[in-house]
Design a protein around this ligand. Structure first.
Ligand code: AMP
Ligand code: ZN
Length: 463
């Protein structure tokens, strides 16, 4: 599996530090507002990388944080307000209630889009001690300094590689900040807060060695990624806007604390736009999962739409393209329902298609190429329908389009299966478990999954 690494500006092979086990960290949602399809495209990217790696046989651990404190309206200004607290004012709820409301909503939206849950979803507010610990380490290692009001800043000049990810080196930043108002207590305008002193009346604050305060935004990702994945992380993802300052600062923090490279491959997803403008709440062009549902579009079809564009490119959202994608996904499911599944796709032609599909994913997650393989397979005259079914069902582990939905709904057990199911229920009623187990095996060997339900034995096709 090869991925484009923003840090080295090259496509690189994924070679996990722990052989066979890929450790991934994805920057996650800020939970003071609803997620839009742009955010979700970026969260989907992390899951797609995980799915593609699993298809190649890797074990993958994906950690994605939940930002429930410290995301400010303007990171560079001392007057900035925590966006979480703005939502508290707007909605008349407590910070915890706001966080719960939007965390639940982002998980529901992600599930509707077939984005599997991360293996761990740590919350910033539950990792304040780890962030304080990291801040202390950075002070000890002379990468950070305390200012008189009880805030702690990272000293960017103390970190040699500052700017290596984004190209925003210190000289360029000093130029850029000349006219900007920044905290006069900072040594360099690009110095950023690891810990911020709590102003009067601040709701979310914690005690620390420097007084009551709250963490800066960037520090949560360094602290939580290293807490759960250790100090060698294979892949880190986020949207392209996070390259700077968020990820640049994360590198400075993590590497400053441990003294060596922490993340091997930085992957950044392109923005979702509408009519040429980035989708963002501030632009007022937000499209949500609910908007798809309201128009009768299966949210999973958004995946197919995303697959038409390379993940690194900006992607334009239009309702026309969305409708077309939805029609295609529904058509694919109908085609699947017309084929009787083969046990395996073993013809030479099918094997060749499989190779091409996997090669496309392995080549920097080239979904547009993978989609072409899907389309060619569906219309191919060389591969029998049953084998097409078997291939698509297997690829759906990555595509996540629920391609078997119609086939499964249209499916019913054969006469022979029905007779066995009845015989098994009778055996179970007579507590003859040897016979019931033998029949279970017989049914299983016919390619179905056997379930014990309140109404007796049920079967369904195995995926
Ligand atoms: P935020 O809630 O703004 O911190 O964004 C959460 C994630 O969504 C980050 O990884 C952002 O880079 C990403 N993101 C924000 N806007 C877009 C967009 N229009 N298209 C794609 N990703 C986005
Ligand atoms: Zn992050």
């Amino acid at each position: 599996m090869r991925l484009y690494n923003t840090l080295t500006r090259a496509v690189e092979e994924v070679v996990p530090v722990e052989p066979g086990h890929v450790k991934m960290y994805a920057c996650g949602p800020t939970v003071y507002r609803y997620a839009h399809l742009g955010n979700l495209r970026t969260y989907m990217l992390a899951d797609l990388i995980r799915r593609a790696l699993r298809l190649e046989g890797f074990r993958v651990t994906l950690v994605q944080n939940i930002t429930d404190v410290g995301h400010m309206t303007d990171e560079s200004s001392p007057e900035a307000i925590d966006k979480m607290l703005l939502a508290v004012e707007d909605e008349g709820l407590q910070p915890l209630e706001i966080a719960e409301k939007y965390t639940r909503s982002v998980f529901e939206d992600a599930a509707a889009l077939g984005i599997d849950e991360p293996d761990m979803s740590p919350k910033a507010t539950e990792h304040i001690p780890e962030m304080i610990g990291l801040t202390k380490t950075l002070i000890d290692r002379e990468h950070a300094y305390v200012v008189d009001n009880g805030s702690v800043y990272y000293d960017v000049a103390s970190f040699d590689g500052y700017g290596k990810l984004s190209g925003n080196t210190l000289d360029k930043l000093r130029e850029g900040h000349r006219d900007l108002e920044t905290d006069p207590r900072k040594h360099h305008p690009a110095d950023f807060a690891l810990w911020k002193a709590a102003g009067p009346g601040r709701l979310m604050k914690w005690p620390s060695p420097w007084g009551d305060g709250f963490p800066g935004w960037h520090v949560e990702c360094s602290a939580m990624s290293m807490e759960y994945l250790g100090d060698r992380i294979d892949i880190h993802t986020g949207g392209t806007d996070l390259r700077f300052p968020h990820h640049e600062d994360e590198i400075a923090q993590s590497e400053g604390a441990v003294g060596h490279r922490v993340v091997s491959i930085w992957v950044h997803g392109g923005h979702l736009r509408q009519a040429g403008q980035k989708i963002a709440k501030s632009t007022g062009n937000v499209v949500r999962v609910q908007d798809l549902v309201d128009r009768g579009i299966d949210p999973l079809s958004f995946r197919w739409l995303c697959f038409q564009t390379q993940y690194r490119s900006e992607m334009d959202f239009s309702w026309d393209a969305m409708e077309t994608a939805d029609q295609r996904v529904k058509q694919l499911r109908r085609r699947m329902a017309g084929w009787a599944p083969a046990a395996e796709a073993s013809s030479d032609e099918a094997v060749a298609f499989d190779g091409r599909f996997r090669a496309a994913l392995a080549d920097d997650l080239s979904f547009p190429a993978a989609v072409r393989v899907v389309n060619e397979l569906v219309s191919s005259t060389a591969v029998p329908g049953g084998e097409k079914y078997a291939l698509l069902a297997d690829w759906d582990r990555v595509l996540g389009l629920d391609l078997q939905r119609e086939a499964v709904a249209a499916w019913s057990p054969t006469e022979e299966m029905r007779a066995l199911m009845k015989e098994r229920d009778e055996a179970r009623a007579a507590k003859d478990y040897a016979t019931s187990d033998r029949i279970r095996e017989q049914l299983t060997s016919m390619g179905v999954e056997v379930m014990d339900t309140a109404t007796g034995t049920q079967v369904r096709p195995r995926d």
